[in-house]
Design a protein around this ligand. Structure first.
Ligand code: TRP
Length: 370
C-alpha cells in the first residue's frame, strides 16, 4: 500500500496553488525519503568580499565535514540576468572557483562546477517556468527591489530566475540549501514548486521539500563604514569592504579606518546593543577565529580600539593572505580550474541526468532514445 504522501498530508487538496507557509518538521520525513544532499551557488558577477567568504564560502567548506553530500555551483546562467561583459564573466567564473578552492573546498569531497556546463538546470528550469504561477513570481521581493522603477526594461530572465534557482536545487533533489537571509523567499518558492509538481503529477515525494539553512548574524558581515548595511562589493567606497584580493597593507588600513564609536569594548554582549559597528568588528573577529562573540568579549573586555583593531587586522591578514596567494596562483594558469570544472560538471551531470529523465517521463515527453 502506498503511504500517505507528505504533500497530501500537509498541503491538503491538490491544485492548491497559493504560496504555502514554510513547514516545520518536514525535514525528517524528507530526509527519510531523500539522501541528505547540500546544494548552493554563488553568482560570478565579479568582486569577492570578506562577506562572501564568511557568509557563504567558509560555510560551504565547513559543511564538507558533515555527513552531507555537497554540491557547489558557480551560477553563471544567473549572472547573465543582468548584462555581463563576456570576457569579464569568464574571469569572474574562474576567480570564484579559485576562491572556493583556495578557501578549502576540496573537489574530491565536493562537486564544484559551473551551471552552464550541466544543461539539465536549464531544461528543468523551463518545466518549472510552467509549474510556477505568475502570482508567486510577482511576490518576489528581490525582483521588485532590483527592477524598481525600471521594471519594463529589465530582462525576462531576471524575473524568471527564481524558477531556475529552484531547478538548480531540485535537479539534484537537494535536501538542504545554505543561503543568506535574502534568498529565503526563493527557497520557499522552491518548496512550493516541488510540492506543486509532486502534487500535479501525482508523484508523492518525488522532489524533496528542501530546507533553507539561513546564516545567523555571526556570518553576516556588515559594511566597515556603516554597521547597519551589509558589506557589499558594489558599495560606493572601497574602504567599506575587505576584498579577498586586497593586499595585507590594505586590509590593515581598512580595519584601522573602520568606523567605531568612542567607547571601549564592553564586558558583555549586551553592551554591543545599539553599537552596530562595534558589534560587526567583534563578530568578524569571532567568525575568523572560529569562536563566539562571547569569547571575544571575554578576552577583550574594556579594551580600546587601539588594541582591538590591530589584533583584528592581524587575524584577518593571517586568514586571508593564504587565500589570496592561492587564488592568484590558481589564476595564473587557469587550466587547473577548467579541469576541476569539467570534472565537477561530469559528476553533477551523472546525478542530474537520471532525475531529468524521470521528470521528462513524468511530464509526458516522448523520448525515442532511452
Ligand atoms: N540566487 C542566489 C543569489 O543570488 C544564487 C543561487 C542561484 C543559488 N541558484 C542557487 C543559491 C541555488 C542557492 C541555491 O545569491
Amino acid at each position: 500500500m502506498r503511504s500517505l504522501s507528505i504533500v497530501d498530508a500537509l498541503f491538503g487538496p491538490r491544485d492548491k496553488t497559493t504560496i504555502l507557509p514554510p513547514m516545520k518538521g518536514i525535514k525528517t520525513m524528507a530526509e527519510a525519503v531523500h539522501t541528505r544532499r547540500v546544494f548552493s551557488g554563488i553568482k560570478p558577477s565579479g568582486g569577492l568580499t570578506l562577506g562572501n567568504y564568511l557568509g557563504a564560502i567558509k560555510r560551504f567548506v565547513d559543511m564538507q565535514n558533515d555527513d552531507f553530500e555537497t554540491i557547489y555551483c558557480v551560477v553563471d546562467m544567473h549572472a547573465i540576468t543582468v548584462w555581463q561583459d563576456p570576457a569579464t564573466l569568464k574571469f569572474a567564473t574562474r576567480e570564484l572557483v579559485a576562491a572556493y578552492i583556495a578557501s578549502g573546498l576540496d573537489p574530491a569531497k565536493s562537486i564544484v562546477f559551473n551551471q552552464s556546463q550541466v544543461p539539465a538546470h536549464a531544461e528543468l528550469g523551463w518545466i518549472f517556468n510552467c509549474v510556477a504561477r505568475m502570482g508567486w513570481m510577482n511576490r518576489m521581493t528581490q525582483f521588485k527591489e532590483k527592477s524598481g522603477k525600471n521594471a519594463e526594461a529589465v530582462s525576462l530572465g531576471l524575473y524568471a530566475y527564481p524558477a531556475l534557482m529552484a531547478a538548480d536545487i531540485l535537479i539534484y533533489k537537494a535536501t538542504h540549501v545554505p543561503v543568506g537571509e535574502d534568498q529565503k523567499q526563493h527557497v520557499e518558492l522552491t518548496r512550493d514548486i516541488a510540492a506543486k509538481f509532486n502534487n500535479d503529477f501525482k508523484v508523492p515525494d518525488f522532489f524533496p521539500i528542501t530546507e533553507p539553512m539561513i546564516d545567523g548574524p555571526a556570518t553576516r558581515v556588515m559594511n566597515l563604514r556603516d554597521g547597519t548595511k551589509k558589506m557589499s562589493k558594489s558599495g560606493a567606497s572601497d574602504m567599506e569592504r575587505v576584498n579577498l584580493t586586497d593586499s595585507a597593507e590594505l586590509i590593515v588600513k581598512k580595519f584601522k579606518k573602520a568606523k567605531t564609536d568612542p567607547e571601549p569594548l564592553p564586558d558583555s554582549l549586551e553592551g554591543l546593543k545599539d553599537r552596530p559597528e562595534a558589534r560587526n568588528l567583534v563578530e568578524i573577529y569571532a567568525a575568523l577565529s572560529e569562536t563566539t562573540p562571547d569569547a571575544v568579549i571575554a578576552e577583550y573586555a574594556g579594551a580600546q580600539w587601539g588594541r582591538f583593531k590591530p589584533a583584528l587586522a592581524d587575524l584577518a591578514v593571517s586568514k586571508l593572505e593564504p587565500i589570496s596567494t592561492e587564488m592568484s596562483r590558481l589564476m595564473q594558469d587557469t587550466s587547473e580550474i577548467d579541469r576541476i570544472l569539467a570534472d565537477g560538471a561530469d559528476r553533477a551531470n551523472a546525478i542530474a541526468q537520471p532525475i531529468l529523465n524521470d521528470v521528462y517521463d513524468i511530464v509526458g515527453f516522448v523520448r525515442g532514445r532511452q
